[in-house]
Design a protein around this ligand. Structure first.
Ligand code: PGA
Length: 253
């Protein structure tokens, strides 16, 4: 059976009370496969959302972390701090963090290692800009990200990492990659991983598509062979839309 992870990425949205309201409404939906769903929320919402999700099977994630365990890093949050809250996932290397907060493949790699060591599943984002896509060098670019981000990560740990292929030109723009474009890149990424590790490991990866996924396009994207779910921004802020995407995945064998 195909594996899926439908992950909401709230970005910098929802106060604690708004988060509580959202989770109550999501619970009321009675998702048919909650274990393949998670919400990645702002740090300030983590405790409240964790509590609200108790017993639902729905996972919880953060959207960033620091790679050091503790120390003089004003404003940062460490992996042990997240671990104690009991989170399941952490988004790493989102294009917004790479663009606005100087996230590099070097820091991404350190964060992946820190999370794996703590037993938290990273959701690693990769993807090309419009400029790169127009030059036709998206495969070289994304392969470079994958190779650098996985540097020094052994075969036993590799497939614990969820990958989100997010073409930057499709994020928050309403411009979705076509199912064929998304599949082509997700299959390509799987091939790169099979090359680094082996075919069995490559096949085991959960590779999500992200970028303007919504109820209207989720099914045809998720039906593609190499797409194991979605990292969903805008549509994850609306309970009806997010639940509809989760159900689209739940309906696929
Ligand atoms: P979007 O965002 O669904 O709003 O395009 C996706 C993401 O940035 O993870």
């Amino acid at each position: 059976m195909k594996k899926f992870l439908i992950a909401g990425n709230w970005k910098m949205n929802k106060t604690e009370s708004e988060a509580e309201e959202f989770i109550a409404a999501l619970k009321a939906k009675g998702l048919s496969k909650p274990e393949q769903v998670c919400v990645c929320v702002p740090f300030t919402d983590l405790r409240t959302v964790k509590k609200a999700l108790e017993g639902t099977g729905i996972g919880i994630g953060a959207q960033n972390c620091h790679f050091e365990e503790s120390g003089a890093f004003t404003g940062e949050v460490s992996v042990p701090m997240l671990k104690e809250i009991g989170i399941d996932y952490c988004v790493i290397g989102h294009s917004e963090r790479r663009e606005y907060f100087n996230e590099t493949d070097v820091s991404v790699n350190k964060k992946l290692k820190a999370l794996i060591q703590a037993g938290i599943t990273p959701i690693l984002c990769v993807g090309e800009s419009l400029e790169i896509r127009e030059q036709g060098t998206e495969q070289t670019f994304v392969a470079g990200q994958v190779i650098a981000d996985f540097d020094g990560i052994g075969i036993a740990d590799a497939a614990k990492i969820v990958i989100a292929y997010e073409p930057i030109w499709a994020i928050g723009t309403g411009k979705t990659a076509t199912p064929d474009q998304a599949e082509e890149m997700c299959a390509f990424i799987r091939g790169v991983l099979s090359g680094i590790y082996d075919n069995e490991t490559g096949d085991a990866f959960i590779i999500q598509y992200g970028g303007s996924m919504k109820p209207g396009n989720a099914k045809e994207l998720l039906e593609k062979k190499d797409i194991n779910g979605g990292l969903i921004g805008g549509a994850s802020l609306k309970v009806d839309d997010f639940a509809a995407i989760a159900e689209a995945a739940a309906g696929i064998e």
